[in-house]
Each structure stands twice: as C-alpha cells, then as structure tokens.
Design a protein around this ligand. Structure first.
Ligand code: NAD
Ligand code: DAU
Length: 379
C-alpha cells in the first residue's frame, strides 16, 4: 500500500536539509531536483570538494534556487565543523552522500575509503545524535544514508538483491560502505536516531565524474582514445538514471519508515560490453563515423578489476509497493540523453579533469598494461 508523504507535515517550519557530498554527481543532481520540486525547502550543502566535487555543477541553478542553497566547504571527518553546523541551524534532516565512491581507486588506495566512508559517517552520526538528543529527540528528524547495492556482493546469473540479502562486500569500497551501513543501523537500534538506509544500483546521467564507465567511455570515444573493457566485458550492472534515484530518495525522505532499508534499482541489466557497443553506436551516428573510422575499433579488453563482482540486480519491489516509486526513465532514451549532455558540456568535462584526474587515469590504466605484460594483478 502506498504511503502518503507525511514527513513535511511533522515539521514546524519548512525543511532545512543538510546534504553531505552535495557537490558530487548524485548529490548535485539531488539538490537541483529537490530545489525545483520543493519551493519552500532550503539546503545546506557540506562538501570537502575532493577531486569528485565541483561547484561548477551548480552553474545552471536559477537565482531563486541559489537563494535556498548554501554551500559550506567542510569535511565530514571534522567533528568540530559538524557540531558548529548543527548548533547554528535548525536542521530537519541529513541526506548523507559524501563518500569516496570509485571502486578502482579503493583498490589502489583503500585507506581514504576507511577514513571518509567509515570514520566520516561515524562522526556525522555522532554530531547528528548529539543535536537530536539536545533537541529532545524530535520524531520528525531524519538521517538518510545513501548506500550501494555493492554491499551485497556478487550475483550469479539468477536472483536479485533484496533488503535482507546478506552483506558480502568484495572491494575496499564496498566493505567501507557496508561498515557505514552497519553503523547507521546500529544508531537506530541503540539510540533510536531516526535513520533510513537506501541501497542503490549503478547511476548514470549528467555531471557524473568521467572516471566511471559511462562518462569515461563517452569521452574516450569523442577523443578517439582506447576503450578499456575489464576482463571479458560480461559483468552486468543494473543501470538507474540519476533523476529516478533522486525521486526515490525524496520518496524515502518524505514517506519512508525510520529503521528501514529500501533497495533502489533501475531494472535495466546490461553487460559492460553491451553498454560500450551502445555508446559507440550513439556517438558514431552523432559524429558521422562509420566503417574503418567506427569507434568499435577503439575497444580493448584489458586485465580484469581484482575482486570484480560479476552481476548486480536489485529487487526494488519494497519501495515500489510501500512508497509508490518506480523508475520513469527508459534506459535507451536516458542513455542517449546522457551522451547528448556530455557532447553539449565538453567545457564542464575539461574543467573537472584536473591534474589529479590525469594522474589517476595514467596510474589505473598503466597498471593494467603492466599486469598485461606478465605482472600479477593484485588480489
Ligand atoms: P561522487 O564521488 O561523485 O561524489 C562524492 C562527493 O562527496 C564529492 O562531492 C566529494 O567532494 C564529497 N566528499 C568526499 N569525501 C568527503 C568528505 N570527507 N567530507 C565531505 N565531502 C566529501 O559520488 P556519487 O557517485 O555522487 O555517490 C554519492 C553517494 O551515493 C556515495 O555515498 C556512493 O557510495 C553512493 N552511491 C553511488 C552510486 C553511483 O552509481 N554513483 C550508486 C549507489 C550509491
Ligand atoms: O553499484 C553501485 C556502484 O556503482 C556505486 O556504489 C559506486 O559508487 C559506483 O562507482 C558504481 O560502481 P561500479 O564499479 O559498478 O562502477 P564503474 O563505473 O567503475 O564500473 C562499471 C562496470 O564497468 C564495472 O563492471 C567495471 C567496468 N569498467 C569500469 C571502468 C571504469 C570497465 O570495464 N572499464 C573501465 O574503464
């Protein structure tokens, strides 16, 4: 049975959201989406502006929306900064996106993942708990933790992850997200802090940092660079358009039940090689390439990601049944729209591809060349 949006009615004033990691891919889409649909809501955006966070993601905010969005440059590991934030403002909910989010980076440098994803989440929970207890434990407060389907590990050809699938993370990234989920759940059970967890599948869409599969391949095709497909290219992901994810998060915030977990998936399972072929087709038709010039010639199978999960698929029947959410965007159309967005925003890509980005690309893919030449892949 669909629940109505009860949360805003519990509040005495219009909601003030503390969004962490709001300058990243999903966070910035969520802020833009929410400001446009909830004209009375205000947002504090706390972000450390790591390589993945970019204020250029807000260049297109309208003047009215800008007034309801305040950016704070700060780190979720900094407890003093968090306490100041909670002391200054009447915060209605925390939406926690801030994280180190790239699996390959977690393989070559796991410590930052423990630091931000585990310790940072713990500090944020502590600051939120102190604030919530100080206010007399208001029932309307929410702490929404945005997590991933990767905590459940890898699937074989059959089955889908549901909310009670056992945790079985494979990478330092997913292990750190699993750990943060456990802390969030423990804060509900131990202290009663009204937390909710969402576990979501692979997002794609505008403003995604070009280290992830879809934007990396789009840019490499445009620039006629090799398209590095890990392993046999048959790993499967369940793709979700980022605005469908944003709508799901709003539904969970407004009508979800504290202590619960909601799985969010796009219902669009595709193998990696299928995605790369589609991107080649879409861009070849837009760039007028064919025959010997076709982008298919750029595809290179490279050594696999160590610990590479074979398949993810989400059973999102709980959020569909209880909150009435379902993905609205068709995969083929939304992928084409994403390609067009990147073609129209090459200046954005250029601005976010810093020296750090170039160092990362050469480290990650050069390592694969070394493994290819006979060295052992880690793991
Ligand atoms: P992203 O890497 O694009 O953005 C992360 C943001 O967090 C950046 O703006 C960065 O500056 C900020 N950040 C990092 N460390 C910080 C710190 N210590 N303090 C404050 N800010 C910090 O990530 P994304 O793809 O937008 O993912 C957002 C969240 O959603 C993450 O928690 C991720 O685990 C989760 N998630 C992502 C996907 C996906 O497909 N991208 C799917 C499921 C869940
Ligand atoms: O499932 C949700 C997760 O999706 C999120 O929790 C993560 O934050 C997000 O980064 C994403 O993780 P993945 O590892 O699935 O995404 P990525 O884009 O890195 O890779 C998608 C698939 O493509 C994966 O099977 C690895 C493969 N791949 C990736 C890159 C970067 C390649 O074959 N070549 C590449 O160069």
């Amino acid at each position: 049975m669909k629940k109505s949006s009860c949360w805003p009615k519990l509040l005495s004033s219009s909601p003030l959201l503390l969004v962490t990691g709001g300058a990243g891919f999903i966070g910035s889409n969520f802020i833009r989406y929410t400001l446009a649909r909830r004209p009375l809501w205000r947002i504090l955006n706390l972000d450390a502006l790591t390589y993945a966070g970019n204020l250029a993601n807000f260049d297109d905010l309208s003047a009215q929306d800008r007034e309801r969005h305040r950016f704070i440059h700060g780190d979720i590991r900094d407890l003093a900064c968090l306490r100041r934030l909670f002391e200054q403002d009447e915060i209605s909910a925390v939406i926690h996106f801030a994280a180190e989010s790239h699996v390959d980076r977690s393989i070559l440098g796991p410590e930052a993942f423990v630091d931000t994803n585990v310790l940072g989440t713990f500090r944020l929970l502590e600051a939120a708990r102190a604030y919530w207890e100080g206010k007399g434990r208001p029932a309307a407060f929410r702490f929404l933790h945005v997590s991933t389907d990767e905590v459940y590990g890898s699937l074989g050809p059959q089955g889908r992850f549901c909310e009670d699938s056992p945790y079985d993370p494979s990478s330092p990234y997913s292990a750190s997200k699993a750990s943060s989920d456990h802390f969030v759940r423990a804060y509900f059970r131990t202290y009663g802090l009204p937390t909710i967890i969402t576990n979501c599948s692979n997002n794609y869409g505008p403003y995604q940092f070009p280290e992830k599969l879809i934007p990396l391949m789009i840019m490499n095709i445009i620039e006629k660079k090799p398209l590095p497909v890990y392993g046999d290219g048959q790993n499967i992901r369940d793709w979700l358009y980022v605005l469908d994810h944003c709508q799901a998060l709003l539904s969970v915030l407004e009508a979800g039940t504290p202590g619960e977990t909601y799985n969010i998936g796009g219902g669009a399972e595709r193998s990696n090689i299928n995605i790369v072929h589609k991107l080649c087709d879409l861009l070849d038709s837009r760039l007028g390439r064919s025959g010997a010039d076709s982008s298919y010639h750029l595809i290179r199978f490279v050594p696999d990601r160590p610990g590479h999960d074979r398949r993810y698929a989400i059973d999102s029947s709980k959020i569909q049944r209880e909150l009435g959410w379902r993905p609205e965007h068709d995969f083929e159309h939304a992928l084409a729209a994403t390609v067009d967005w990147y073609l129209q925003h090459l200046d954005w890509v250029e601005a976010v591809r810093s020296g750090e980005y170039r160092r990362w690309i050469s480290l990650n893919y050069q390592k694969r060349d070394e493994w290819c030449r006979g060295g052992e892949a880690p793991g």
